[in-house]
Design a protein around this ligand. Structure first.
Ligand SMILES: NC(=O)c1ccc[n+]([C@@H]2O[C@H](COP(=O)([O-])OP(=O)(O)OC[C@H]3O[C@@H](n4cnc5c(N)ncnc54)[C@H](OP(=O)(O)O)[C@@H]3O)[C@@H](O)[C@H]2O)c1
Length: 216
């Protein structure tokens, strides 16, 4: 698949690198310095290149939105027309100092994003784990028990695409339902952040749901 990365920081840089190593074509975009995008593309050791947001979006089968909530409007403006595109968002609607959610309970960042990009297919994915765990999960991909990763969205085709990419990274995708479930998924991320950054175990944290009694 062709994947455009909108926001090449901790999340976008690592996920883009993993997507490239998993065999996808990746365009890294939106960092403050072009040199950084070029370095990410070089070090991804796959089919990856640096580009502008509009180049990342142009032929993409999927876009990963991975910017701070305060940068969403800017990166979307730079990406141009994204109607018809699948947009995976890991962006959590945090306030400026990342101390709390600016949207919650009655809506979610993912739903507000979907209103901004009507005509695109928004899937909330990858936002529930810290960036620090991503390479470890990818490296452990062959192990029988994979960590879970919840995702949600309203359209089945785009959700299947998301589930495939989630598997490519090394997680077991857990379909949490329609996009409005992001209202629960996004606060859950703050719990994960608390455990990862304030707990004793360090930030390389993933989670796994178990259905007792379910026949495998
Ligand atoms: N980090 C995590 O573990 C984590 C986990 C779950 C969800 N999330 C969510 O994922 C999203 C991305 O988080 P992140 O930690 O990856 O953020 P980040 O490391 O700050 O990355 C954001 C990217 O946006 C770029 N950027 C910021 N301002 C810009 C500007 N004015 N012009 C051009 N580029 C600009 C940054 O450029 P530079 O590279 O030059 O800084 C960076 O590449 C956030 O919404 C966050 O809530 C993060």
């Amino acid at each position: 698949m062709r994947i455009g990365i909108l926001g090449s920081g901790l999340m976008g840089g690592k996920l883009g690198t993993i997507f490239a190593r998993a065999g996808h074509d990746v365009v890294f975009s939106y960092a403050r310095r072009e040199q950084k995008l070029k370095r990410l593309a070089r070090e991804a050791q796959g089919n990856a290149r640096a580009g502008t947001p509009v180049e990342a979006a142009r032929d993409a089968d999927a876009l990963l939105l991975a910017v701070h909530w305060s940068r969403v409007d800017d990166v979307l403006k730079q990406a141009g027309d994204v109607s018809g595109k699948v947009i995976l968002t890991c962006s959590i609607p945090m306030n400026a100092d990342d101390s709390g959610l600016v949207i919650a309970h009655t809506s979610s960042g993912a739903e507000e994003l979907a209103k901004k990009v009507r005509g695109a297919h928004v899937v909330s994915a990858f936002g529930t784990v810290p960036s620090e765990v991503l390479f470890g999960v990818f490296a452990a991909k062959r192990k029988a028990k994979r960590p879970s990763l919840v995702y949600c969205g309203d359209d089945s085709g785009p959700k299947e695409l998301a589930a495939g990419l989630i598997r490519d990274v090394g997680f077991d995708p857990v379909d949490a339902g329609p996009l409005r479930i992001a209202r629960y998924l996004e606060p859950f991320t703050l719990l994960i952040g608390q455990l990862a950054y304030e707990g004793d175990g360090g930030p390389e944290l993933a989670y796994r749901f178990e259905w007792f009694g379910r026949k495998e």
